[in-house]
Design a protein. Structure first.
Length: 438
């Protein structure tokens, strides 16, 4: 028998959320088979079986938060599982409801919570004193916060371990007994453990949909609020005449594609322009560490990508050493991985400066929020034909793009931020200068 444990999730990640189980109790699995999908702040990870056997217990359910190293299930040998199943049926018949002879396949969805099917007041007390020692840390903490005696909580897993869901269920049962007339919406916290399930409920006579926020969306929300609360964030704007870049792309895109097997997009130009400006104004490539500044002498550029579960920022490492086709190839690969939810933690960690492109969605102007602990982020926008006065007598239509730089005013002065953005503008309007900067 072996426990299915939450693997090491990498630097700065200590917990995750079970997104979904791909197996159920009683299933036979082989070493390397994927058992469950775990959602973390940054990526989704697969948990695989470390040995052959049968899923004898699922201890934590989809939607529950779990810590690194915590056991979420048990794999037993095929023979032990068969014997254990018979013993479980025998013991369950004496403490829960009768009729324990149901087929394993039909019983497996309810096997994790046999007592939950019975009314809460009739829950068996059993070996209350001994099960408290098997409670998970999360369950102990929750019980302390709610003033619940773990000795009175019924464990739902076969080995007697009390989980957070057990404490939640016990608390909900106690509330129901104390106030049986409580309105239906009070059951919402229990429903929140369901994996992103939509629970329609009337509110003031109107239908609403209740949907659990994903861990990534919760993290994005937390990080954005943190950035606004901890940084003295300001945004400065400028505009770029994209005529020269569009002309190069028009003349060179076919040959570029044929030679490098990747398209010539805008991101390579903007990445090179940002690096040129960062070399001139290095404080925008820094971060605050207590009372010190860490001014980075390398250029790992984060590229914001919109994925199904929310915005992610994979990093192009040492972008200053890459050619245009190498940058385009890396960005294309990272964006594809982001949308397929296959990015690794290493591809998301670090980064010294971020570029985000709201123009692909039609945004004409916006104020990007810092990707902390970075102190600068460049926002690209939609290319729009606008009349531009060349002199007092001549006005022409030019493909213009507004660009925005959000920066941390704690270490970057306004004059430096404005000068940085002007430098980016100059390099983009004279693409040949990017070769010199490279």
């Amino acid at each position: 028998m072996s426990e299915i444990k939450v693997p090491d999730l990498g630097e700065s990640i200590s917990e995750g959320t079970i997104y979904k189980w791909l197996v159920k109790e009683g299933d036979t699995v082989g070493q390397g088979d994927v058992l469950a999908e775990l959602e973390t702040d940054k990526v989704n990870l697969e948990i695989s079986a470390e040995e052959d056997g049968v899923i004898s217990a699922i201890l934590r359910q989809a939607g529950e938060n779990v810590a690194v190293g915590e056991a979420i299930g048990v794999i037993g040998s095929a023979g032990a599982a068969a014997g254990g199943g018979a013993a479980a049926d025998s013991s369950a018949g004496g403490s829960a409801q009768g009729g324990s002879s149901a087929a394993p396949a039909a019983a497996s969805p309810a096997a994790e919570a046999p007592a939950a099917a019975a009314p809460a007041p009739a829950a068996p007390e059993g070996a209350a004193g001994s099960t408290a020692a098997l409670a998970t840390p999360g369950a102990r903490k929750l019980a302390r916060e709610r003033g619940i005696d773990l000795g009175e909580v019924t464990a739902r897993d076969p080995i007697g371990r009390i989980a957070q869901a057990d404490v939640n269920g016990h608390g909900a049962a106690g509330q129901a007994a104390a106030a049986p007339a409580a309105p239906a919406p009070q059951t919402a916290p229990a429903a929140a453990n369901k994996p992103a399930a939509a629970n329609a409920a009337p509110q003031d006579g109107k239908a609403v949909e209740r949907k659990r926020m994903s861990r990534r969306r919760l993290t994005i929300a937390s990080r954005l609020v943190e950035a606004q609360q901890t940084a003295a964030m300001l945004t400065t704007f400028n505009e770029v005449d994209m005529s020269a870049i569009l002309d190069i792309r028009k003349r060179r895109k076919d040959a570029f594609k044929e030679k490098h097997d990747v398209g010539l997009g805008f991101m390579s130009f903007f990445t090179k322009a940002v690096i040129g400006a960062l070399k001139t104004y290095p404080l925008l490539n820094a971060e605050i560490d207590g009372e010190e500044l860490l001014i980075k002498k390398y250029y790992d550029i984060g590229i914001a990508v919109s994925a199904k579960e929310g915005l992610v920022v994979p990093v192009v490492r040492d972008a200053d050493r890459l050619s245009f086709p190498e940058i385009e190839r890396q960005i294309l690969g990272l964006a594809s991985k982001a949308r397929a939810n296959t990015l690794s933690l290493q591809e998301l960690q670090g980064g010294t400066f971020t570029i985000t492109n709201g123009g692909v969605f039609g945004s004409l102007l916006s104020t990007p929020i810092l990707n902390t602990p970075q102190v600068g982020i460049l926002g690209m926008h939609k290319i729009q034909l606008r009349p531009i006065a060349l002199d007092e007598e001549t006005t022409v239509n030019r493909p213009m793009m507004y660009i925005a730089l959000s920066y941390d005013h704690r270490i970057v002065d306004g004059s430096e931020a404005v000068s940085f953005l002007v430098k980016v503008k100059e390099l983009l309007e004279d693409p040949e200068a990017l070769l010199l900067e490279g």
